[in-house]
Design a protein around this ligand. Structure first.
Ligand code: HEC
Length: 258
């Protein structure tokens, strides 16, 4: 008899190992700092506010061009006109305001991005899928003042980040506070506010909540439709289960029990 494990069981062991190891991978992406838990908002109002922040503060450097403005308008409960007038700030190649059917891009070339920031601002359409919402939420709250950096900002979950703290005017500036964990390591215990921004801490949290909820929507825009279809399919199957049980009873009714 062949005592070597079959290919199939090896594959099974491998996939279990990957599953067990994946939380470790998620922590590694966090750069050592603990991540705050985040549950995205789903309401149209929250997504509309998130879209506003995104278009005003992020789309100048980043693109989200796997997604169209018109698709977004429909999904978050806005008319095409409202989006065109209030949420489109870019122009097309002819210098006219970008059309509602266009992809959410910008006019910054990758070369310029690399030159200006040392790193190209990545496409954010799928960022919530690759980084996860906990990471994004913590990232947006972890910029801090660091004069040694080109734009005066560093980040505890993304050390030496190339991105400036674009929301500093709203959040103000903070510095990280570290304390010893008793085993000779310094761990982040929180932040100390050094200058005030336009928003209170609470208002900034809710701005980031809406923004990250919007990024979460961008990464999976058809989630709502898929879920409601899923529920309908389950109900449909349930009806058939009941019919099948009744039918079985009917068929076996006349068979004598032995
Ligand atoms: C002034 C240009 C600029 C603006 C505006 C800007 N970013 Fe960035 N962002 C960057 C650059 C450059 C990087 C790449 C940083 C690096 O790799 O060091 C980056 C990186 C990121 C990352 C990390 C991506 C990854 O996984 O590597 C996220 C998330 C992000 N930005 C979100 C945002 C959001 C949300 C906004 C709007 C609130 C925003 N950015 C506005 C320049 C910008």
């Amino acid at each position: 008899m062949n005592m070597l494990p079959s290919k199939k069981s090896l594959r099974l062991v491998l996939s279990v190992a990957v599953l067990v190891a994946s939380p470790g991978i998620a922590t590694a992406a966090g750069g050592g700092a603990a991540l705050e838990h985040f549950t995205p908002e789903r309401s149209d109002r929250a997504l509309q506010r998130g879209a506003k922040t995104f278009m005003n503060y992020c789309l100048s450097c980043h693109t989200a061009d796997y997604h169209r403005y018109s698709h977004m308008a429909r999904d978050i409960g806005l008319s095409n006109e409202a989006v065109s007038e209030n949420l489109i700030f870019t122009t097309d190649k002819k210098g006219e305001r970008t059309k509602i059917g266009a992809l959410m891009g910008n006019n910054m070339s990758t070369d310029y991005g690399k030159q200006a920031f040392g790193a190209v601002p990545p496409n954010l359409t799928l960022i919530a899928r690759s980084r996860g919402v906990d990471w994004l939420y913590t990232y947006m709250k972890s910029f801090y003042l660091d004069e040694s950096r080109p734009f005066g900002a560093n980040n505890t979950v993304f050390p030496q980040v190339g991105m400036p703290h674009v929301l500093a005017g709203l959040q103000g500036w903070q510095k990280p506070v570290y304390e010893s964990d008793g085993h000779g390591h310094e761990v982040l215990s929180g932040f100390q506010q050094i200058t005030a921004g336009k928003l209170s801490a609470q208002e900034y949290d809710s701005l980031v909540t809406d923004l990250v909820s919007f990024l979460d929507y961008l990464g999976d825009p058809n989630r709502e439709a898929r879920h409601s279809l899923g529920i309908k399919v389950m109900l449909f199957l349930l009806v058939f289960l009941v019919l099948a049980v009744l039918l079985k009873k009917e068929y076996w009714k006349d068979v004598p029990h032995s």
